[in-house]
Design a protein around this ligand. Sequence first.
Ligand code: ADP
Length: 495
Amino acid sequence: MNVVLIASEAVPFAKTGGLADVAGALPRALAQIGIHATLFIPCYRHARDSGIPLRNTGIKLKIPRGSSGTVEVQIQASTLPGTDVPVYLIDRPAYFDRPALYQENGADYGDNCERFIIFQRAALEAIRALGMRPDVIHCNDWQTGLIPIYLDEFYRGTPELAAAGSLFTVHNMAYQGSFWHWDMPLTGLDWRLFNWRQLEFHGRINFLKAGLVFSDLLSTVSPTYSREIQTPEYGCGFDGLLRARRHDLHGIVNGIDPTVWNPRVDRLISSTFDAASVGTGKAVCKRAIQERAGLPQRPDVPLFAQIGRLDSQKGWDLLMEVADELLQGDVQFVVLGEGHPRYHDLLNQLAQRHPEKLRVFLEFSNPLSHQIEAGADIFLMPSLYEPCGLNQLYSLTYGTIPIVRQTGGLADTVVDATPEALANGTATGFSFRDIHAGALRYAIHRALELWADRPGWSKLVHNAMKADWTWDRAARSYLGLYNEICRRRTGRAAV
Ligand code: ADP
C-alpha cells in the first residue's frame, strides 16, 4: 500500500496547530504497520530554519499559473526525524519563505489562494516526476481540497495517478479556504465546475467544499465531530452536503506521540513519573511550575491550567464568566496561550485582580506547555467545539484531570466522573453539555468536591493515566479507509 499524505504543516518542520502534530506523526505510525507513506508539505522558512537537513532533488517543475504562464518550483527532500519516511517540500521562496505560514498580524496573506493552488498542483506533478504510484492520496484541510478534483480533471490519463484514490480529512470545518470567484482561472479548472453543487459556496470558490464533494472518502478527527458537522450548529454551512455523504464520512481520534508526550521519559519536566509514582513525581513538577509562575508553593491547593489558542472556540467566554468566582476560592490557575487581543486584555486584568492565584503566560512555549501539563492538577477545556483536541489527551496521560465540554473529540476521550463511572473505574474527568457558565461552574464544583476526597481523586488520576492514546490505533483505522478506497477504485484492496 502506497499512501501520499499532503498537508500544509507538519511537526517538526512547521506548526501552527494540531494539524501539524497529525501530519508529523501519522506517516510514522503508518510506516510502522507496513504502509509505504510519503509526506508532502510546503518548504516554509520554518522548515529551512528547523535544523533538519534538506536535500535538493534537482527536480524543477513548471506549474501552470492559470492562463498567465507558469511558475517554477523546486523539490527539496528530507525524512521524518528518526525514520526513513520520505518528506518532499515544495520550494518556491516567493510563496513560502515568509515569517509566518498563513497570516501576519491577524491578516491572511493576500495570495493564499495562489500559494496553495500552486502547492497542490506541484505536489501532484512531483509525484509524477518522482515516479511514484500512490494507491491513495490523503489530503488534509482546505489547503489540499482541490487535489481530488485535479486528479479527476487532469491526471486520470497518467500512469502514475490513473488509479489513485483520495481521502480528505477535515481537522476544523471553520477554516475553509474561501476566495473570490475571479480566482477561478488561477485554479486552471473549467468554469463549469463553479456551481452550487461543486466548487461554489455563497458566490465564492471554496477549497474545503471541493474536498468534501470530490474525494472518495471523508474523515474527521473524532466520531462525535463527524456526527456534529452533519448538523446546522456545527456544519459551517456544509451540514446538508455532509448528511448526503454520511456513509462516506468517518471519525478517527488522533493519537499522541509517546516519545514526546510521555511523563515517563519527558526531559522537559522536573521529575519523570508513571502511574505508580505520580504522587511524588507530580508534587515535584507542581512545585516547579508554582515557582516559575511566582505562585505560593502549596501542595494542598488544586492547581488549574489551560493551554491553547486564545480563541472563542476554546470556550474563553465561559471561562471568563466563572474565573473571578473560581479564583475567590482556595485554588491556583496557570494559563499559557496567545491569540485574540481581547482575551489577552481580559486575562491581564484578571491576573491583576488575583496576583497570588493566577499567572498568565501570553506566549507560545513548548517546554512550558509540558511543565504545566506535568505540574497541574486540573485542566480546563470548555471548548464550544473541538474536532479532536490534543491537550485533553496530554492531560490524561500526565494525570491532570480534564474538565471539558461534551463536544467533538472531548466527548470521545473523557469519561465523566458520574457515581457509576467512579464505581466501575472508567471515570477519567468531568464533562458538561450546555454552553452555559452554570454548567461549567457545576463541573468545577464536582471536581473540587472529589479533590477533597484524596483516595477518590488518586483513583481518578490512575484511571486517566491508564488509557492508551498512541498512534497505532489511529493508523490501523486509516488503513481500513485506504483499503476501502482501493476496493472502490480497483475492485480489490492494495494489501
Ligand atoms: P488547535 O489545533 O485547535 O489549536 P489542539 O488541542 O488540537 O488545538 O492542538 C493545539 C496544539 O498546539 C497542542 O499541541 C498544544 O499544546 C499546542 N499549543 C497551543 N498553544 C500553545 C502555546 N501557547 N504554547 C505551547 N503550545 C501550544
